[in-house]
Ligand binder design. Structure first.
Ligand code: URA
Length: 239
């Protein structure tokens, strides 16, 4: 509530009228020192570094994925989210729009998130490779290796508390080739990825769930584990 104007003298009333100003006087002291707890600096620096990473990926040389793609597909969601989701690679729709998970698999992912009260305002989404593999094939081992340093940097910058790996490509790229998704899904692993140290869980890729809807019950188990972990880690949603 605005304090009532306290116009002390007729002189100040006169000046006030003269400048026809709507200044409101009050007796509260004003701090002339800018409050800076370092938060804004950190936020700006994260956004800057994410942009730099995006530019670096976009200037990759001698990569057939890039040569055949229309757009770089970097990320979607909230760069300050505590939950990061990694898919495999862009499909045709993602390539067209330059955003991950915007096609049919993306619609299912949105529904899965909604089931545990999440959405793209409170998670951050990216992929193992950032350009569409032609004909929607899986990225080769060589391609995964080429993009892995970018993915690790991306995870470092987001520094999530929870990392959800969707499907075998993300699982194998970040956890190792010796694990299979049907066995590794639904288990928490605390994993150091670069300087980040998230709780990692793998689940089925939504595109796989569209082909095998009877497996959705397992994905639901995994989603419930994420919700439970969020309360355990006291993750507050920022969107
Ligand atoms: N499948 C993925 O793995 N990533 C996308 O961005 C879209 C579909």
């Amino acid at each position: 509530m605005k304090n009532k104007p306290v116009l002390k003298s007729s002189k100040s009333k006169f000046y006030h009228k003269l400048i026809n100003n709507e200044v409101v006087y009050n007796n509260n002291s004003i701090s002339r020192y800018k409050k800076n707890n370092g938060k804004n600096d950190n936020s700006n620096s994260r956004l800057k570094q994410l942009n730099m990473l995006k530019e670096k990926i976009n200037s990759i040389q001698n990569c057939d994925l890039k040569k055949n793609a229309t757009n770089l597909v970097f990320s979607d969601g909230n760069p300050f989210a505590k939950i990061m989701i990694i898919g495999e690679g862009p499909g045709a729709n993602e390539d067209k729009e330059g955003k991950p998970f915007v096609g049919r698999a993306g619609k299912l992912l949105d529904k899965m998130l909604e089931a545990i009260k999440l959405n793209r305002k409170n998670v951050y989404i990216s992929n193992v490779v950032n350009f569409r593999p032609p004909m929607n094939r899986k990225p080769t081992d060589e391609e995964i290796k080429r993009y892995l340093p970018f993915l690790v940097k991306h995870i470092e910058l987001i520094n999530p508390k929870i990392l959800l790996l969707l499907g075998s490509t993300a699982l194998n790229a970040l956890i190792g080739n010796e694990v299979v998704i049907s066995k590794a899904r639904g288990k928490w692993v605390n994993k150091k990825i670069g300087s980040a140290n998230p709780e990692v869980i793998a689940s089925f890729h939504p595109a796989f769930l569209m082909r095998q809807p009877d497996q959705k019950k397992y994905a639901w188990e995994d989603l419930k584990m994420i919700r439970k972990k969020m309360s355990g880690l006291k993750i507050k949603l920022n969107g």
